[in-house]
Design a protein. Sequence first.
Length: 94
Amino acid sequence: MRHPDADHAAGSRAATPRAVLVTGAAGYVGGTVVRDLLADPATTVIAVDSCRMPHGDAGVRDILDHDRFELVREDIRNTKALEPFIQRADAVVH
């Protein structure tokens, strides 16, 4: 997956900052999506995962301290708890 502004990030025109919420982010596929999004310096990732599967947060453990990454340990079915994060997001990858 390539971010729409990725080509502009290195060019003369600055990329538009955006926040992307990724569900299931701590798994293998979700972690791959998160890393691809973080390759764009204009993108911030809000990662949502309950981390209750046996792998826990293994898919993102190495980027927990990334300055444009935030892990929300919550079940996606808890819409009330996720509402403020969804409102901050410009896009959702589910």
